[in-house]
Design a protein around this ligand. Structure first.
Ligand SMILES: Nc1ncnc2c1ncn2[C@@H]1O[C@H](COP(=O)(O)OP(=O)(O)O)[C@@H](O)[C@H]1O
Ligand SMILES: N[C@@H](CCOP(=O)(O)O)C(=O)O
Length: 311
């Protein structure tokens, strides 16, 4: 039996629309992500368990994890013995935490291990991105690569091996608050402008390249000072109840930046101290999330996707 965990991620990371993403590790040690378990079975079977399994279509054919198994058997490892695949769906759907990417990454990584196909990193990432593209309404790697590789990843087709890891300040904390309602990624992509002006394109390129260079030269405070999303946030904020109020309130409590995680509705903030992160989390719990929501103070998950059990 192979049991693989894949962590939640923050797509875009404010400055890198579709090109920058970070994997999350709650500081309380809990696992925030999906788990795929693959074991030998008389014939292929699939079950979906976990807190959010009931939010997914009951037909296995509509579950991304099962689709990954069907694809893997048809195109990657036709000779793999029959398996039972269990997806433990622990992340809310349409949350902005890279939920679909999490299922896809955990499943392909577990199948690759089980079948000992030893796909290269790039082959796996491309396979994973193909599936993410189908549900999210656009091909983007900013959940797939941080989820798979861990850390903060600058990612895309132009980038050698699809991804380059960027360093962050070890002192930073990331507060991630899921408000308890869903926002479909394809819908949140459909409200974005189809084209950018020359001015906006130049500014986006400057901001992302400066941010990456500043991190690579350990100028973390300078990087934080330009961490702003002018590409997606202005169009998505109106879709997220309470976001504007939170963005206005959290800086006084010590948030360095407040932005949308992925396509939302999860909000994330970067803080330089645990005390500031705790104050932000307290405010978000009281004012941003409902009974179905949750808030985690996190560090980056530098391990990415990993095996929990091998039997
Ligand atoms: N295992 C799965 N995990 C997440 N979403 C899935 C899965 N299987 C099918 N889906 C479907 O894919 C879509 C994912 O929605 P999306 O808004 O892209 O989620 P997220 O932003 O959380 O990744 C939903 O329609 C959901 O029902
Ligand atoms: N770059 C994508 C990220 C989507 O992340 P998700 O967690 O909401 O699926 C976008 O901004 O659309």
């Amino acid at each position: 039996m192979i049991e693989v965990y894949a962590p939640a991620s923050i797509g875009n990371f404010a400055v890198g629309f579709d090109a920058l993403g970070a994997a999350l590790a709650p500081i309380d040690g809990s696992l925030l992500g999906d788990v795929a378990v693959v074991s030998a079975a008389p014939s292929d079977e699939f079950i979906c368990t976990g807190d959010y399994a009931h939010k997914l279509p009951s037909d296995a054919n509509e579950n991304l994890a099962y689709q990954c198994l069907v694809h893997f058997r048809a195109h990657v490892a036709p000779d793999m013995p029959s398996v039972k695949l269990e997806l433990k769906k622990n992340l809310p759907i349409g949350s902005g935490l890279g939920s679909s990417a999490c299922s896809v990454v955990a499943t392909f990584a577990a199948l690759d291990k089980f079948a000992q196909t030893n796909l290269s990193q790039v082959e796996l990432i491309e396979l994973m991105a193909d599936f993410e593209a189908v549900v999210s309404g656009g091909r983007h790697y900013d959940n797939i690569t941080p989820c798979y590789l861990g850390g903060l990843q600058l990612t895309g087709d132009l980038i050698p091996d699809k991804s380059i890891a960027l360093p962050v300040d070890e002192n930073w904390y990331y507060v991630a608050a899921f408000p308890g309602f869903s926002l479909n990624t394809a819908k949140a992509r459909s409200v974005l402008p189809k084209e950018l002006s020359m001015h906006a394109s130049v500014e986006f390129a400057q901001r992302l390249s400066a941010f990456s260079s500043l991190l690579l030269t350990n100028r973390f405070d300078d990087a934080l000072s330009i961490m702003k999303d002018e590409i997606a946030e202005p169009y998505r904020a109106p879709l997220i109840k309470g976001f504007s109020e939170a963005k206005a309130s959290l800086p006084a409590l010590g948030a360095e930046i407040v932005s949308i995680s992925g396509a939302g509705p999860t909000l994330f903030s970067v803080c330089k101290t645990l005390e500031a992160a705790q104050q932000c989390a307290q405010w978000l719990e009281a004012n941003y999330i409902n009974e179905q929501g949750f808030c985690h103070i996190c560090k980056l998950d530098n391990d990415g996707t990993r095996q929990l059990t091998v039997l």
